[in-house]
Ligand binder design. Structure first.
Ligand SMILES: O=C(O)CCC(=O)C(=O)O
Ligand SMILES: [Fe+2]
Length: 295
């Protein structure tokens, strides 16, 4: 007996049927148990050629926006700030970004985590050259304080633009099950080399997707291989994470002058931004809300 086929719960039934259609039931279970899953390229129905198109679109958008020459990603010596800046707001740069966001199998898992009303909140690239740095373990569910609930408010749907074959590629790492803690990492938990939590390393072919519950702790390890790791990071959110009003630029400066305290309520948030976050100093206080409900 299949409950989904009885049509009693239209929202859940549609998701369940999609999960079965694309052979994603194991992945949905992994999201429940571990807070992360890796979906291989074949299940997403995309070709190697499409994965190259996605990678090329990321690299050419970076070249165009940042005035940098990258060349062949396998041998490129490009490095530095010009690979990372102006990396947001990609949707209208190339149809391949729209195709990535609309992939039916990836959307089925996104809706499994966030419901039918999930929205694409933003997307950005990662172009990672050889580096000796770790990315500390963190949660992507910024603004959700401890006690913020078991459900996912945010999820990360990252397309691999290059193969992640081993630690030398500088891949993402995850602390499986950490979404169950319902909070961000504390300082002594963040360093991947000393954290007391066991981690797994993301392995996958270009054209695969890693999808994780926003509260799952993750980071990355140094890339020792030459060339570049390329990733399209898509952040989806539940609808309630959208603001009602977009205040910035809307409020008469004279009103703000008469009521100086209003600025803090209306205008000093991290989101929204476009290609680049112009207020990096707002990131720390925002991330603090993940461990301190009074932050
Ligand atoms: O893959 C990585 O390097 C980690 C990136 C990350 O933290 C994210 O996409 O939220
Ligand atoms: Fe992250």
């Amino acid at each position: 007996m299949s409950i989904a086929e009885l049509h009693t719960s239209p929202n859940a039934d549609a998701i369940m049927l999609e999960l079965e259609k694309y052979d994603l039931v194991q992945h949905a279970l992994e999201l429940e148990a571990y807070g992360v899953t890796i979906v291989p390229r074949e299940k997403l129905g995309v070709s190697k050629r499409w994965a190259s198109k996605l990678r090329n679109a990321i690299l050419s958008t970076c070249e165009k926006r940042n005035g940098v020459t990258i060349g062949n990603y396998r041998t490129s010596k490009a490095t530095g700030e010009s690979l990372g800046k102006n990396s947001w707001y990609l949707l209208q740069e190339n149809d391949v970004f729209v195709e990535a966001a609309l992939n039916p199998a990836a959307l089925a898992l996104t809706r499994w985590l966030l419901g039918q009303s999930a929205v694409l909140a933003g997307h950005t690239w990662i172009i990672k050259p050889p580096t000796s740095h770790n990315l500390p373990l963190h949660s992507d569910a910024h603004g959700i304080p401890p006690g913020g609930g078991h459900i996912a408010h945010v999820c990360n749907v990252s397309w691999l633009g290059t193969d992640y074959a081993g630690p030398e590629d500088g891949p993402t790492i995850f602390a499986p099950g950490s979404h169950q803690y319902g909070r961000a990492t504390l300082p002594h938990e963040q360093d991947p080399t000393t954290t007391p939590f066991k981690t797994i390393t993301l392995n996958g072919e270009a054209g695969s997707v890693a999808i994780w519950h926003g509260a799952t702790w993750h980071g990355s390890t140094p890339r020792t291989n030459p060339g570049l790791r390329v990733t399209l990071v898509q952040v989806f959110m539940r609808m309630h994470m959208r603001p009602i009003h977009q205040w910035e630029g809307e409020v008469d400066p004279k009103l703000l002058k008469r009521f100086p305290d209003l600025k803090r309520l209306l205008g000093e948030h991290l989101y929204p931004y476009r290609e680049h976050n112009a207020h990096p100093e707002r990131v720390g206080p925002f991330m603090q809300t993940g461990t301190d409900p009074f932050a």
